[in-house]
Design a protein around this ligand. Structure first.
Ligand SMILES: Cc1cc2nc3c(=O)[nH]c(=O)nc-3n(C[C@H](O)[C@H](O)[C@H](O)COP(=O)(O)OP(=O)(O)OC[C@H]3O[C@@H](n4cnc5c(N)ncnc54)[C@H](O)[C@@H]3O)c2cc1C
Length: 443
């Protein structure tokens, strides 16, 4: 048996820099696990079909197996490989290792795909989630072959050393993911509903990258949480169902990675003079503390809390009127859990143009959201040390703080920390008027 990883990334969505960092370490961990089972991981790079053909010839391989991927361009690639290999007399089978259900298994009463989460989630619960299979205790040795590439030859790691924060935050690989899942299922999953929106708490599983890269499967996550906590795990299981919903949507509406699902948004008049504001948002320099904290958490760790993802996305699309695709691209490059279905759903949901999306008039107020979900300012102070001494009362709105408070806290707006790049109330009204005129009439 030969286990193979081919670094082949067709199309527009080649993995971003943060994902490639994760992939490097994940492959190292996978290779170590396979070695311990008496096999190993053969690495190559190039067009997958040609690489596979070369291996099939070199090692006289009669059958090829893989777990399915669901991004539109990868479906196309894998379909081509399957038929070409079958035509050449090689047995080929693909399996579902990454989802609870195949995206085509769930259908509305009229036979179409779902666009609303609640009926989708009800339909999904009609299926029994199969128990995960046990891992093998040993594997047959690999065939004699010339050596594959070394992991370093895939050049997945950054050339500049910007990954120190990643190294201190993450340990990619199956055994670490399983340990995180066990710890989470033991206790935090039962407190998830109460604490999930508080970004300063370690209250969510942080398993998104492990799920994306297939280090653990949603079936394992589902059964671990359910058997440890029963009913109390339900709110978290719903998040696993959101992941399923995202895959369902992208499978049935493959154009939505770049185009709005709701066609009423196709000609929305986004700004086009936004380069400076986009750069300020990317660098965590908007002058809106909870947004800047999130963007700096993202840059430092490659991850951001879900509540804060919604806030930064709302500021970008609704207050700054920058196209959601710009935000999605930045997330794609900087998130270790960058995932085309989930990222597309998250951005389209926040911008209001996706399935079951936030209505256009829902524009998060980052000040009141900060005060509600980070009331003692622990999250903001962690990521914005320049605001550390500002009292809680002003932490989420330093531009309203009296001059002597700012001075006493060592904050100089426009120098040590930016003044806000946008007036929240004014920009909210502009967005509401635009949406009412440009979108509502076309719904
Ligand atoms: C603008 C925006 C962009 C996003 N981009 C991504 C992305 O690229 N990759 C990604 O995995 N998630 C994305 N999300 C969804 C969500 O923020 C993350 O999945 C979550 O924060 C990961 O943390 P966790 O593993 O601790 O999640 P938990 O709260 O522990 O949830 C468990 C798992 O459920 C899934 N999940 C949770 N929330 C969602 C959701 N809203 N939609 C779909 N699946 C969900 C994830 O796989 C997650 O690991 C995005 C959300 C927004 C608002």
């Amino acid at each position: 048996m030969l286990a193979v990883y081919i670094d082949d990334q067709p199309g527009a969505w080649t993995e971003g820099a943060a994902s490639r960092w994760w992939l490097h370490h994940s492959l190292a961990a996978f290779a170590a696990s396979l070695n311990a089972l008496g096999n190993g991981l053969h690495l190559c790079r190039g067009v997958a079909l040609s690489e596979l053909r070369a291996l099939i010839d070199a090692a006289d391989i009669g059958a090829v197996f893989w777990n399915r991927l669901y991004e539109p361009e990868l479906i196309e690639r894998d379909r081509t490989i399957k038929s070409a290999l079958r035509d050449a007399g090689v047995a080929v089978e693909s399996f579902n290792g990454g989802l609870l259900n195949e995206p085509w298994e769930l259908r509305t009463k009229s036979g179409g795909p779902y666009k609303v989460f609640t009926p989708f989630s009800k339909a999904q619960r009609e299926f029994v989630v199969a128990e995960p299979l046990p891992s093998p205790a040993a594997l047959p040795p690999p065939p004699e072959l010339t050596q594959g590439l070394a992991l370093a030859d895939l050049r997945l790691l950054p050339t500049l050393p910007w990954d120190a924060g990643f190294i201190e935050t993450w340990k990619p690989g199956e055994s670490s993911a399983m340990a995180m899942l066990d710890d989470f299922a033991d206790g935090p999953v039962a407190r998830y509903q109460a604490e999930r929106d508080l970004p300063a708490r370690p209250a969510t599983s942080r398993l998104s990258a492990a799920l994306h890269f297939g280090e653990i499967s949603p079936r394992q996550a589902w059964h671990a949480a359910q058997s440890a906590q029963g009913e109390a795990a339900e709110p978290w299981l719903r998040q696993i169902q959101w992941r399923e919903f995202a895959h369902h949507l992208l499978f049935h509406f493959p154009h939505t990675a770049t185009e709005p699902l709701n066609p009423a948004y196709a000609s929305f008049p986004w700004r086009d003079d936004y380069a400076a504001d986009l750069a300020a948002w990317q660098r965590g320099q908007t002058g809106i503390p909870i947004v800047d904290a999130g963007m700096r958490e993202l840059w430092h760790t490659g991850w951001m809390h879900n509540r804060v993802r919604m806030l930064v996305a709302s500021l970008l699309t609704k207050n700054l009127l920058i196209p959601w695709q710009e935000g999605a691209r930045w997330f794609w490059d900087t998130l270790v859990d960058a995932d085309l279905p989930n990222n597309t759903l998250g951005w389209q949901w926040t911008a209001g143009c996706g399935a079951d999306a936030a209505p256009y008039f829902r524009i998060f107020n980052p000040v009141t959201q900060g005060e509600k979900f980070d009331p003692d300012g622990r999250y903001v102070r962690r990521w914005l040390p320049e605001l550390k001494r500002l009292p809680d009362k002003w932490l989420h709105k330093p531009w309203q703080a009296p001059a002597e408070i700012l001075r006493g806290s060592g904050v100089s707006l426009g120098a040590s920390y930016p003044a806000p790049i946008v007036d929240l109330a004014e920009s909210r009204q502009i967005a509401l008027d635009l949406w009412a005129n440009e979108v509502r009439g076309r719904h």
